[in-house]
Ligand binder design. Structure first.
Ligand SMILES: *Cc1c(COP(=O)(O)O)cnc(C)c1O
Length: 396
């Protein structure tokens, strides 16, 4: 018999009732170290006092009015995003997928607005993840995502990961944009690298294309810069944000230059909940923290410490771990054991990590962890590796 909750997820038999910083308390009162942070979403950890305070305060005042009216919290968050990024304007959503929808529609509208309505094609890269809507799965392109869902939304051309020659060859008179995650998340924490990002920016400029960056997972301070593309010294035309920006409250945004957004006039797009007072109150508080003095320097310092420890784990357990890759607090450990076994061994040692493609586990911890908690995570991962080695010895 089907469960009351639609069984689209393969869930772990764990359930949590309370969180504090990077720690989660299970139903049975056991403490788990959360190195996944709700897939990189709880950027400031669980129950951050400032986020709790603004959410409670806003909850007592006003939850929802709709975008029929001015929403001061939304205007405030948009202004902060404009101040701290390349963008001139912001469309607020409730999720990453909706931010991607806005980005795709904006890119197509741009060209139709310019009198080139045939330019609808968007070039994407294998291993991408851009959400689960009809446009999102078409952009992501994996068989698992699109199979059985009928005709795929046309206008997406996929080329091999980081293959710039293939991307160039895919450009034609109908091309509108190139879309990528500067560091693929679900794809296995695979960075394009600064040189590729620069080359893709130049390619877009040379052909009059829009560069769309999906920074839903790698943005909001995760790599040690507010947004990952800053490392490459380039800017996109359109960028999607979600996950970390709400600190765990559903919130996303599509941000753009004035030029790229020029087709999106009144009536062209909308959302009932998007940019509601509750979400934006929290989003403003998250932005304030992440852009506060020294915050991103601390992320980089913490990331260096984690990285060094993880390299040590790879050296100490060559039969379990193969490599470390990623940037800042968006890191992958390449596994020589099946990823589900590593994740399950993590549950036994009360540490939560996130599986990803390409046989890696992902670490996307809260950005404000203490060095002591990072050391605790490294110690637990060491025990995970030892347990997997013992299993192997027992099985051999
Ligand atoms: C999570 C994610 C999405 C989808 O976001 P949702 O909030 O789940 O809709 C899109 N792109 C990337 C890179 C993501 O990590």
């Amino acid at each position: 018999m089907i469960s009351p909750v639609l069984p689209t997820y393969a869930r772990a038999p764990l359930s949590f009732v309370k969180g504090q910083g990077p720690w989660l308390e299970s139903e049975t009162g056991e403490m788990y170290l959360d190195m996944g942070a709700g897939i990189g979403t709880c950027a400031l950890g669980h129950a951050h006092p400032k986020l709790v305070a603004v959410l409670e305060d806003q909850a007592r005042r006003l939850w929802h009015t709709s975008n029929l009216y001015e929403i001061p919290n939304q205007a405030c968050l948009a202004a902060k995003l404009v101040e701290h990024t390349f963008a001139d304007t912001v469309f607020m959503t409730n999720s990453g997928t909706e931010a991607m929808e806005a980005a795709v529609k904006m890119a197509r509208k741009y060209f139709s607005h310019k009198g080139q309505p045939e330019r609808v094609e968007i070039i994407t890269f294998e291993g991408a993840f851009h959400g689960r809507s009809s446009a999102g799965i078409a952009a992501s392109g994996g068989a698992k995502m699109v199979d059985g869902f009928g005709p795929i939304l046309p206008g997406f051309v996929q080329v091999p990961f980081n293959d710039l020659e293939a991307a160039k060859a895919a450009i034609n008179e109908n091309t509108a944009a190139i879309l990528l995650e500067p560091i693929q998340g679900e794809g296995g924490i695979r960075p394009f690298g600064d040189a590729s990002l620069k080359a893709l920016r130049e390619m877009c400029d040379a052909h009059g294309l829009l560069l769309i960056l999906d920074e839903i997972q790698c943005g909001m301070g995760r790599t040690g810069k507010l947004f990952a593309h800053e490392w490459a010294g380039i800017t996109p035309d359109i960028m999607t944000i979600a996950k970390g920006i709400g600190g765990g409250f559903p919130l996303g945004a599509c941000v753009a230059t004035e030029e790229a957004a020029s087709g999106m006039v009144a009536g062209t797009h909308g959302s009932t909940y998007g940019g509601n007072p509750l979400a934006c109150a929290v989003g403003c508080a998250v932005m304030n923290e992440i852009t506060s003095d020294g915050f991103l320097t601390d992320v980089s310092r913490l990331a260096g410490h984690l990285r060094q420890g993880l390299e040590g784990l790879v050296a100490d357990h060559p039969d379990v771990f193969e490599f470390v890759r990623g940037k800042g607090l968006m890191v992958a450990l390449g596994c020589k054991k099946p990823v589900p076994d590593v994740v399950n061994a993590g549950y036994d040692e009360h540490i939560l990590v996130v599986p990803a493609a390409d046989n890696v586990i992902r670490l996307l911890p809260p950005l404000n962890m203490s060095t002591e908690d990072i050391d605790e995570a490294l110690w637990r991962l060491d025990r995970v590796a030892a347990a997997l080695e013992r299993q192997h010895d027992a099985g051999a």
